[in-house]
Ligand binder design. Structure first.
Ligand SMILES: [Zn+2]
Ligand SMILES: [Zn+2]
Length: 129
């Protein structure tokens, strides 16, 4: 993805592995992702709608704390690169431009676990005698 809208990280206890680890947050128009840097648990959010007017905050239906994060991004509505308010819950992800209020709403789509870098089953290569 060449488009780079929001790229930030948020340190918190991972909902999956429970580690206090950086959660890497990426968002572009087509998709938003949250990736745990410790265990690789990834959540993918897909766009629900966009709105140029602030209509208030989506009601968070969360299974854990909603994160309120500030991140820098370039607004595709007003073109200003500046602070955006991110609200990330377990079923939704929103970004809002502080300059013009343009908001992207994403909804939770899927989750997957990246493979652990050190596998439990080491592949044993048969050695030549
Ligand atoms: Zn984790
Ligand atoms: Zn804007």
């Amino acid at each position: 993805m060449s488009e780079r809208f929001i790229f930030t990280r948020h340190r918190t206890n991972c909902y999956h592995c429970g580690e206090d680890a950086d959660q890497i947050i990426k968002a572009v128009s087509a998709q938003a992702q949250v990736i745990c840097s410790a265990c690789g648990a990834t959540r993918i959010f897909i766009p629900l709608f966009e709105n140029s007017k602030a209509i208030g905050v989506c009601t968070p239906i969360g299974c854990y704390d909603v994160w309120d994060i500030e991140a820098c991004g370039q607004c595709k509505n007003c073109g200003v690169a500046g602070p955006h308010d991110l609200t990330i819950g377990c079923s939704h992800f929103t970004t809002r431009c502080r300059n013009c209020g343009y908001t992207h709403f994403y909804r939770f789509n899927l989750e997957y676990m990246a493979r652990c870098p050190i596998g439990e089953e080491e592949v044993s290569v048969p050695r030549a005698p």
